[in-house]
Write a new protein. Structure first.
Length: 492
């Protein structure tokens, strides 16, 4: 296995295409094997296969009559359709370029190229699957620019340098590429005249273009934070070990139990798990909540939040549900909301399937108290900065939990907007997450800023009765004392 940390636009992937053609065009006795290229979008796959087709022509390697073929790659997992391209060679081997990460490489053998590895969803799991191919003589090439010092790609490089893993490491910076003739090649292709002075001016213009990101993008120096919106040290500083996280998961078969069986099971779980922490909440403080909804793939997080006497926000507990039917998620949500003291409502993720639960919650608690949110870039841009300020100002406390911390660390600046990227990570239970707590928390915190207050009603007669001169009810009033209306009409 070889890992290459590189500058942008230095031609490493182009060179990998040449290696792929030489590998897959060779006969088995000469070390030939299939090549599997894994990028993270369709454009990368298309570009790589086109490069391979160019190299095949340049090397005069025989390909089948089909040429470049588009097809659907089967990774052996249900409901997984990955668009892919391939070139088949007369050797019997082929190059396959995938448009996204496969869930499985079971039954595959050959040469795996992982491009821009730092930007892949769950790089650890992908590499674990790829490394299995080495058992029967395959090889793995991992290529990437950096994306922050906390990224799994940088951690892999640190492990190689520390000799913790026996992999090969190459490093190619922008200046090293220039020394090897990068700008001279650009001049040749663009038909410009090369000179040392022109190269120096061009280098300075490129470095200036990247600005503060130049070290990471051009010189293989991972940035601190790497676009991470909430630094891990800041997240952990706001965690409190006494605040619990309750996780509820049921097997697929649970969905098809009788209604009574499902309701009884969840009612028992709520009473056993949630009754005590709900009773322990301060009855004098206002409480709201946020929910990030998921049905099967990720976690469905309910995040209660308390506004303290000093206005510090505290998340007293978190409920995380996985593979829980809609009706039982509603059951858990209502159990919590019915018992939150001085309830000021909540904001709920109403995208996709979450729209149902958000709607029934609004019907139960009122559309003024339950906001059905469909987060977009404008919403994130408005609501993440106040949450970040709460972390920076020590104005929030959350449960101390590795998965919750990882969810918050997933929030990154994407095109100037703080949000959870499309990539997923893996929780401590080895199951998928997608920043679920981060979204639930930003919804909950936004609710505490929404100026929605709990309401109550006490009759004027009852207040007067407390002063001893008027009764709010007929029962207990002296036989001679007329009701309030009569007193106002006919007595002084």
């Amino acid at each position: 296995m070889t890992v290459i940390e590189k500058s942008r636009r230095t031609g490493v992937t182009w060179a990998a295409g040449a290696d792929a053609v030489l590998t897959s065009a060779a006969n088995k006795t000469a070390g030939g094997m299939d090549t599997l290229y894994i990028g993270y979008n369709l454009d990368m796959a298309r570009e790589f296969i086109d490069v391979c087709a160019m190299w095949a022509r340049a090397f005069n390697q025989a390909v089948t009559d089909a040429g470049v073929e588009e097809f659907i790659f089967d990774d052996g997992e249900p409901d997984s359709n990955i668009k892919a391209f391939r070139i088949a060679f007369a050797s019997g081997f082929e190059i396959v370029a995938l448009s996204s990460k496969p869930r499985s490489l079971r039954g595959r053998q050959g040469y795996v190229i992982v491009d821009e590895a730092a930007f892949h969803d769950d790089l650890k799991a992908l590499l674990a699957a790829a490394l299995a191919l080495l058992v029967w003589g395959g090889k793995v090439l991992v290529i990437s620019t950096h994306f922050g010092e906390d990224n799994d790609f940088n951690k892999l490089i640190e492990d190689i340098r520390a000799k913790r893993v026996p992999y090969e490491l190459m490093r190619l910076t922008f200046d090293e590429a220039l020394q090897d003739g990068l700008y001279q090649r650009i001049c040749l292709v663009t038909r410009k005249e090369w000179s040392p002075e022109a190269e120096a001016r061009w280098r300075n213009s490129i470095v200036s273009f990247y600005g503060e990101a130049a070290d990471e993008e051009l010189f293989c120096v991972p940035s601190k934070g790497g676009g991470v919106y909430l630094p891990r040290a800041l997240i952990e500083a706001r965690m409190l070990g006494d605040l619990p996280v309750f996780r509820l998961e049921r097997p697929d078969s649970f969905t098809f139990l009788s209604k009574e069986a499902r309701e009884t099971d969840i009612k028992g779980w709520c009473e056993e798990t949630l009754e005590a922490p709900l009773k322990a909440l301060d009855p004098d403080r206002q409480h709201g909540f946020g929910q990030d909804f998921a049905r099967k793939r990720d976690m469905s997080d309910i995040v209660p939040i308390e506004i303290g006497r000093t206005l510090k926000r505290t998340v007293p507990f978190v409920v995380e549900m996985r593979n829980i039917p809609f009706e039982q998620q509603k059951q858990v949500l209502f159990f919590i909301c019915d018992r939150l003291p001085r309830f000021i409502g909540g904001k709920m993720d109403a995208t996709g399937n979450g729209a149902y639960l958000a709607e029934v919650a609004a019907q139960r608690y009122g559309e003024q108290r339950i906001e059905q949110v469909k987060p977009n870039e404008a919403w994130y841009l408005e609501n993440f900065p106040p949450l970040k300020a709460a972390f920076e100002d020590a104005n929030i406390l959350i449960p101390k939990d590795a998965d919750l911390g990882n969810d918050l660390a997933m929030v990154k600046m994407v095109r100037g907007v703080p949000r959870v990227p499309e990539q997923r990570n893996t929780g401590t239970d080895d199951k998928k997450r997608h920043g679920d707590f981060a979204i639930g928390l930003v919804l909950a915190y936004a609710q505490t800023l929404s100026q929605i207050w709990e309401s109550a009603y006490t009759s004027a007669a009852t207040e007067a009765a407390d002063e001893g001169w008027l009764g709010g009810e007929d029962e207990g009033r002296d036989w001679w004392r007329q009701p309030l209306g009569a007193q106002l009409r006919g007595t002084t």
